[in-house]
Design a binder for this molecule. Structure first.
Ligand code: UT7
Length: 323
C-alpha cells in the first residue's frame, strides 16, 4: 500500500476590479495590441486598497473547503505560496488560519516566486507521505499590483492579483501510475540567474520595492527549462507525453505556454489557458488555472495533469498528478 496526496477540493478568488489593457494606454507608451500579441494578456484583476494577500487566500481556501465538504478544523496544515505576504511576518498562512477560524494545526509560507505553488505542492506531498499531516490546504495567493512600477511598461502590464487553493488528503493508493493524487515531482533552482527577475526591496533597501525583469532573457530560459522539468516529473511518475490529459502551466505569457506545449508534443487543446483573463498572478496562477479548468468542465476526475512553472531565483519545477 502506498500513501497518495489526493485532491479533495479546489477553489479560487479574484478581486472584483478588472483592469483591461486599454487602461494602461492612458499613462504609458503601450497599446492593447502590443500587450495581447506579445503576452496573450487581455485583462487582469487588481485588489482593492483594503484587500491583501491573506484576504484573497482566505476566500480561495473557503471555496476549496466547501467543494471538499470540510470545515477549517478538519485541516492539519496550511501552506501558502506567496511573494507578496501582507507583512514581512507573520506568514500569510497564519493570517489565513486565523481568518478561516482554524484553531488547530500549523501554517507557514513558501517563497519560490512564480514557481511557488509547484514547490508548495511538492512540500505538502512530502508532509503527507511522511505522515506529518493528513489534510493540507495548499494555497497560492498574490497581490503583485503592490510591487509593480507603473512607469515600467516592460513589467506593469504583465501581472495581476488573485488566489487559488487545493485541499490535499492522504489516501491509500496501489503505488502504480493509475493512482489518483500526486505521482511525481521535479524541483530546480539556479541562483546564478538572480538578476533576471527580482524585487529591489527588502532589508537592503528598507522598502517594499518593485519588480525588475529582463523579460527577453527570461523568456529564452523559460521554454527550455519548463519542458525539461515537465519531462523529468513525467519520467519520475513512470508516464510519458501521450498519457497527459491536461498541461496546467504557470500563466506568464501565451507564447511561453505554446512553446512549452510544442516541445512536450502536447496540442494546445490539452492546455488550460487563463493568461488572457488573469495576467501573470505568480504563485496563484496554477491553482487559479486548476480551479477555472474544473469549473469550465475541462479537468475531470481521473485526468492526468502536469503543472509546470518558472520564476525568480531562478526557481522552476513540475508536479504530475492524477485529478
Ligand atoms: O512569471 C515569471 C516568469 N516571467 C516570464 O517568464 C516573462 C518572460 N518574458 C516575457 O514574457 C516577454 O519577454 C515579455 C512579454 C516581457 C516581453 O516580450 P518580448 O517579445 O520579449 O519583448 P522585448 O522585451 O524584446 O521588447 C521588444 C520591444 C522593446 O522595444 P525596442 O527595444 O525593440 O524598441 C521594448 O521596449 O517592445 C518594447 N516594449 C513594449 N512596447 C509596448 C516592452 N514593453 C512594452 C509595452 N508596450 N508594454
Amino acid at each position: 500500500m502506498t500513501i497518495r496526496a489526493t485532491v479533495k477540493g479546489v477553489g479560487h478568488y479574484l478581486p472584483s476590479r478588472v483592469v483591461p489593457n486599454s487602461e494602461f494606454e492612458a499613462t504609458l507608451d503601450t497599446t492593447d495590441e502590443w500587450i495581447r500579441t506579445r503576452s496573450g494578456i487581455e485583462r487582469r484583476h487588481f485588489a482593492a486598497d483594503d484587500e491583501f494577500t491573506s484576504d484573497l487566500g482566505t476566500k480561495a481556501a473557503q471555496n476549496a473547503l466547501d467543494m471538499a465538504g470540510l470545515e477549517p478544523d478538519d485541516i492539519d496544515a496550511i501552506i501558502v505560496a506567496t511573494s507578496t505576504p501582507d507583512h514581512t511576518f507573520p506568514s500569510a498562512a497564519t493570517m489565513i488560519q486565523q481568518k478561516l477560524g482554524m484553531t488547530r494545526g500549523f501554517a507557514y509560507d513558501i517563497q519560490a516566486v512564480c514557481a511557488g505553488f509547484v514547490f508548495a505542492l511538492a512540500n505538502a506531498n512530502g508532509m503527507i507521505l511522511s505522515g506529518q499531516a493528513k489534510r493540507i490546504l495548499v494555497i497560492g495567493a498574490e497581490t503583485f499590483s503592490r510591487i509593480l512600477n507603473f512607469e515600467d511598461r516592460g513589467t506593469c502590464v504583465l501581472f495581476g492579483d488573485g488566489a487559488g487553493a487545493l485541499v490535499l488528503e492522504a489516501t491509500d493508493g496501489t503505488g502504480s501510475s493509475d493512482d489518483r493524487g500526486i505521482l511525481g515531482v521535479d524541483l530546480n533552482s539556479d541562483g546564478r540567474h538572480k538578476d533576471m527577475l527580482y524585487v529591489d526591496g527588502g532589508m537592503v533597501s528598507q522598502q517594499t520595492g518593485h519588480i525588475v525583469m529582463q523579460g527577453n532573457a527570461l523568456f529564452r530560459q523559460a521554454v527550455e527549462k519548463l519542458a525539461s522539468t515537465a519531462d523529468a516529473a513525467l519520467v519520475k511518475s513512470d508516464l510519458g507525453h501521450d498519457d497527459v490529459d491536461w498541461v496546467v502551466p504557470h500563466q506568464a505569457n501565451i507564447r511561453i505556454i505554446q512553446g512549452t506545449a510544442k516541445k512536450l508534443g502536447v496540442s494546445m487543446d490539452k492546455v488550460v489557458v487563463t493568461v488572457q483573463d488573469h495576467g501573470n498572478t505568480s504563485a496563484a496562477s496554477i491553482p487559479l488555472a486548476l480551479s477555472v479548468g474544473v469549473s469550465r468542465g475541462q479537468i475531470k476526475p481521473g485526468d492526468l495533469l502536469v503543472t509546470e512553472a518558472i520564476g525568480g531565483g531562478l526557481a522552476w519545477g513540475a508536479v504530475v498528478l492524477r485529478w
